[in-house]
Design a protein around this ligand. Structure first.
Ligand SMILES: [Zn+2]
Length: 470
């Protein structure tokens, strides 16, 4: 353990908390996080870090560095909000601004804990005169554009030895879970408009193209691997039934357990689109929106994170916080809470109370498959990377909801954030000061990659992330 890291975070907790609350109040969506990004950059500059802004073609992406040469330890931060989940820091639904974005994934906490860990590590290195470089990666648009993927393609992680990150959750846990590689695409179909009753023979329906494409996708679904996923919405289907639509649009996520399988699925999806256009005498264009690779877990880093988590001891919850969490849980179906408790019992833990997690989930070396997707995946293909969660919101409440927004703006979220900052800083210090540990993490990374090389599926001609929800 390195007690000075913990001390530094404790001594600076009110400043870190106020930056987190600032980002929480800004609640800026992906690629529009101008104030959130600036607030962090200014703080890091004051702390002696050098800033490179506009990384990966994104105005709000930045890399803050302190120190010189190897080793390089990178901390990953996020700070984008989600649409429509604005809420006050109260245990019931009450938007701060109706219909506005909110931090329903707790990224205000995510960014500030990683930044706090980086600055704490820098302080200790400076006072001890240690060699090496500390980096904080300000990674925008995780929710909408997979910002890190663009930074990876730009080479921002090429010289990093170890990357560390975390995510606000409802438990304190290190899990060796992967995630699904994901392609976000739109398919625009173009036909010919006509009066649907007067002269339909002069028209060609773009919606027919979209519908037959989706019929084809349903036939593909039967033959996909069990861990692959494909989902779509028809984002434009025409305006009125008596007008043959000359434009229609399909919006897709195509997901697979690894990059080669994702490429195979993508080429089948393209064949289906071609077939649908041929059958309907329409034409289509594919629009690329985003890409994320699957996560390569690293058990060497995970074990250290877990041991630091245990040695530090979990935050204590006071009566007020437990009451807040209980009131919040009562807004949701009781089954959500029961299911969470059952999950704990499977790991051999019977919690004393079921409002807020007050223990560390036992560690397992087992590698689990993932269901969602994250741009941490792309970083993990080029740098040995690991992540964890700390309890920042009430047990059993749904993610990406007003309830997470609420907890992320009050003491429950703050405590989880400060705990995460300490875990990150101390783990960073361990890897910074021990070449043997870094070598072990690298060997584990090579073992997990099994000779595979990272491939970015972003078309090379696209320089700047498109805005997916425009
Ligand atoms: Zn998130």
């Amino acid at each position: 353990m390195e007690p000075s890291i913990e001390r530094w975070i404790e001594a600076n907790k009110s400043e870190l908390t106020s930056i987190s609350d600032g980002i929480w109040a800004y609640a800026e969506l992906g690629l529009a996080e101008h104030k959130s990004s600036k607030l962090q950059m200014e703080y890091l500059q004051e702390q002696g870090f050098t800033i490179e802004a506009g990384v990966g073609g994104m105005a709000t992406a930045f890399v803050a560095s302190w120190g010189k040469g190897k080793p390089v330890i990178g901390f990953l931060g996020e700070f984008d909000a989600l649409p429509m989940v604005s809420n006050k820091a109260v245990p019931y639904k009450d938007p701060l601004a109706e219909g506005a974005p909110g931090h329903g994934c707790g990224h205000n906490l995510l960014g500030v804990a990683s930044m706090g860990g980086a600055v704490a590590l820098k302080q200790v290195m400076e006072s001890k005169g240690l060699p090496g470089t500390v980096r904080y990666y300000g990674c925008p648009a995780e929710e909408s554009s997979f910002g890190k993927t663009w930074m990876v393609r730009d080479g921002a992680f090429d010289d990093v030895d170890i990357a560390l990150t975390w995510h606000p959750g409802n438990t304190n846990a290190v899990r060796n879970s992967s995630s699904l590689a994901d392609l976000v695409l739109k398919f625009n179909f173009y036909g010919k408009t006509a009066h649907a009753a007067g002269d339909p023979w002069n028209g060609r329906s773009a919606l027919d193209g979209v519908e037959l494409m989706n019929a084809g996708i349903e036939r593909m679904r039967e033959h996909m691997r069990l861990d692959s996923r494909v989902h779509y919405v028809i984002s434009h289907g025409g305006g009125a039934p008596n007008v043959v639509p000359d434009f229609a649009q399909n919006f897709f996520d195509v997901r697979a357990a690894d990059i080669p399988e994702l490429k195979r699925m993508h080429s089948w999806v393209l064949d289906i689109a071609k077939g649908a256009a041929l059958m309907t005498q329409t034409r289509f264009e594919e629009v690329f929106l985003g890409y994320a690779a699957n996560v390569i877990p690293n058990r060497v880093i995970a074990r250290i994170l877990h041991s630091v988590m245990e040695q530090l001891g979990v935050p204590e919850w006071n009566e007020e916080e437990l009451k807040f969490a209980g009131k919040m849980q009562s807004q949701f179906e009781p089954e959500l809470i029961t299911r969470t408790v059952e999950q704990f019992e499977e790991t051999g833990i019977t919690p004393g109370q079921t409002k807020l997690c007050d223990f560390v989930v036992p560690y397992s070396d087992r590698i689990e498959g993932g269901r969602g997707s994250t741009d941490v995946g792309d970083v993990s293909w080029v740098v040995p990377t690991a992540q964890f969660t700390t309890a920042c919101y009430a047990l059993g409440i749904p993610g990406h909801s007003w309830a997470v927004t609420s907890c992320s703006g009050m003491s429950i979220g703050h405590k989880g954030m400060l705990y995460a900052a300490k875990i990150l800083g101390i783990t960073g210090y361990r890897f910074m000061t021990c070449a043997g540990l870094r070598d072990k993490a690298r060997a584990e990374w090579e073992h997990q990659l099994k000779g595979r090389k990272y491939e970015s599926l972003i078309p090379p001609e696209i320089k700047v992330p498109p805005l997916p929800f425009e």
